[in-house]
Design a protein around this ligand. Structure first.
Ligand SMILES: Cc1cc2nc3c(=O)[nH]c(=O)nc-3n(C[C@H](O)[C@H](O)[C@H](O)COP(=O)(O)O)c2cc1C
Length: 392
């Protein structure tokens, strides 16, 4: 990539992205300068990082002005610096689509004047001199206004949040110059939690980009993809098709250990029956982003919860709602639960499945009264074994 320069920033301060998802490796907010006869800035960064951002921009263009600010995505971690950058470069024209500007005016009171915006539609082009840009709308990946910008001169795709991942950048920008191990899991977790609901629009976007020559993908989070483009597109294709691999995730809530003991029995039976990929998650202790990421990956899911105030234990109730909100498909489901005087958890998890998920039910749901008995222990083992058989 000649004359395309990363000017984004790393955020190693934030503990929870969107107030929800932990960032053990940080996150980057990527922005790019295309330095041509006309200078274009592609997306900006979260406003807290503005001083570093403007410094990065000036190191590239010095005293030259920015001609265009291209806004692929309006989420504030990328659009947050718009109002300030416009103060520094008041003559820059903002490039976006119809939906972009409605959000921009509402968030920042920017883009009100007709002569400061360039409204583009699908397939529209913009010339910067040598670099020719084409805009493609990819609505609902993962907001309504999302679009991508393709530099057809250098075959560079500025993809917004698509193909992005958690994980700050540690020196290098391009995948071929770094060890990418950490980013693959973080891509799965980013996708599962943030984009996961929108499998159909992601598939539509991938179809629009099929056959297009792309030598570099410049997303708004994580590395620039060059060496691993095929793998990255493959990962997004797999995840958006809700494709799974054989493996079992057992999620449970437990106050006094009885439901947890049942989860352990189920896991050991599944393991003895040959399942190698088994993950147990305590819904109260673990951040759900890791749980959702594993559920996206593996085809087997067994959920267990205590009955709580005539309903489901809160941590599990939250997980059920998160799963329903992500339209996850292609799973086998097992159910267990516990109670002391009148069981509700198993019934309510079954109702949730019938109403929202329609996963294939495997084995017989197990209801444990107070603590495991010889009978319920055998039922847990049968459930683990039945799931193992189904995963073969
Ligand atoms: C706040 C609270 C509410 C509960 N509500 C119910 C209930 O409505 N019906 C019931 O049968 N058991 C109820 N229980 C009992 C739990 O379901 C029981 O302790 C639990 O299933 C045992 O599993 P655990 O050892 O894994 O926590 C309640 C327990 C607590 C602490």
């Amino acid at each position: 990539m000649t004359n395309i320069h990363p000017v984004g920033v790393n955020d190693r301060h934030k503990t929870l992205f969107e107030g929800l998802w932990p960032l053990p490796y940080g996150v980057s907010y990527n922005s790019y300068i295309i330095d041509d006869e006309k200078v274009a800035l592609v997306d900006t960064v979260e406003v807290d990082f503005f001083s570093q951002f403007i410094d990065n921009v000036r190191r590239v263009i010095g005293d030259r002005p920015i001609d265009y600010i291209i806004v692929n995505h309006m989420e504030p971690d990328h659009s947050g610096s718009l109002a300030l950058i416009k103060k520094y470069y008041p003559d820059a024209k903002i490039v976006g689509n119809k939906k972009t500007f409605d959000m921009m005016r509402g968030y920042y009171n920017v883009g009100n004047e007709e002569d400061e915006i360039v409204e583009v539609a699908n397939g529209d082009t913009l010339s910067l001199g040598t670099h020719e840009l084409v805009f493609t709308m990819i609505p609902m990946v993962h907001w309504p206004e999302t679009m991508v910008t393709l530099d057809v001169t250098e075959h560079v795709l500025f993809s917004g949040d698509a193909f992005g991942c958690f994980g700050a950048l540690n020196g290098a920008f391009v995948d071929s110059e770094m060890n990418c191990d950490v980013y693959w899991n973080e891509m799965q977790r980013y996708y599962s939690n943030i984009v996961g609901k929108y499998g159909v629009p992601v598939q539509q976007a991938l179809k629009k980009l099929a056959g297009v020559q792309i030598d570099y993908i410049c997303p708004t989070h994580g590395p620039i993809w060059h060496e691993h483009i095929a793998r990255v597109i493959g990962e997004y294709d797999r995840m958006s098709r809700y494709a799974t691999e054989p493996g079992l995730v057992i999620c449970y809530g437990s106050m006094y250990g009885n439901t947890e003991r049942a989860a352990e029995k189920i896991a050991s039976a599944a393991s003895r029956a040959g399942v190698k990929n088994i993950v147990l998650h305590d819904v109260s202790r673990e951040n759900h982003s890791f749980i959702l990421s594993d559920i996206f990956k593996y085809s087997g899911l067994i959920l267990g919860a205590p009955t709580y105030n005539n309903g489901i234990y809160p941590g599990m109730e939250m997980l059920l709602s998160e799963l329903a909100g992500r339209c996850i498909k292609n799973h086998y489901l097992g159910i267990f639960g516990s109670f002391t005087w009148a069981g509700q958890a198993v019934k309510k998890i079954s109702e949730w499945n019938e109403k929202h998920m329609k996963f294939e039910l495997v084995g017989t749901p197990v209801e444990i009264k107070q603590s495991l008995s010889a009978e319920t222990e055998a039922a847990c083992e049968a459930l683990g074994k039945a799931m193992a058989e189904r995963l073969k």
